[in-house]
Design a protein around this ligand. Sequence first.
Ligand code: NAD
Length: 300
Amino acid sequence: MASIGFIGLGNMGGPMAVNLLKAGHTVTGFDLSQEALTHFAEQGGLLAKSACGAAAGADVVITMLPAGKHVLSLYLGDDTHKGLLDIVGPHCLLIDSSTIEADAARTVAAAANKLGLDFIDAPVSGGTAGAAAATLTFICGGSDNAFERAKPVLSNMGMNIFHAGGAGAGQVAKICNNMLLSVLMIATSESLALGIDNGLDPKVLSDIMKVSSGGNWTLDKYNPCPGVMPQVPSSKGYQGGFMVNLMVKDLGLAMATSLASGSSTPMGALARNIYVSHAREGNGMLDFSSIFEHFANQVK
Ligand code: NAD
């Protein structure tokens, strides 16, 4: 069993770290939020006073942070504070599961490799339910050796573990997936709202579309219409889950990547604009399935 430092115990990182505890690892966590720390301690986790405290002496360090700027600052440090790379031991395996710019992941990987350390980008898919149930999909970028070292640890938190390619490849694959997810969520929401506006029961319509040609993940696992599925964010006031602000971030990453590669991504561009408007209307902290309200609450 390994000694693991886990930094970022939020909606995703919290349950992921708990699954490592359940697998028998010693997990020392750190988060800027006192609430996240208390919750982790209540479930048997050890607490550190700082990110570097959580990483010192660890066999494996896992980070699950909001965005690239947090990851760069934490790993690389600056003039005022040490980075994780400055304090981890020579055999420590570094795994970042945040969704960030592929270039930021490549920057950290290069700095780690320069010190002889293995680093992989390992963003996830599967949402908070997948994080709690240890059924996440990990989409990894990095060397074969780093990937083979990471697999046993990741298998304590997920079911499908893919090696997409070299450093940053996990992040590219992840934002392709999230761009598709955003389009599916918006299209599912507008279809359900159209049905409701025309007298249909959203539960019946969902059951029909689920097994018809419009079937997709949002209908199967994450229905955006309140009351259709009991355990998803739409039935809990759109609390928890995957925040609109994070989807806006991911769609920004997808657009930047698309611009750089000269790709045509019209649906992703439209999805980004719809989600940015939704965030600017004050919904940034809600789950991303709250986009349903944008269509359901239209003035007639
Ligand atoms: P979150 O905001 O719930 O959690 C992030 C945590 O990081 C917070 O608790 C915050 O306090 C902490 N944090 C920020 N900076 C820190 C620092 N310097 N040191 C220590 N802790 C710090 O976000 P989340 O939903 O858990 O998402 C985390 C990452 O996973 C994001 O990149 C997101 O895009 C990605 N993701 C989320 C989901 C989802 O369904 N929520 C699904 C897949 C991927």
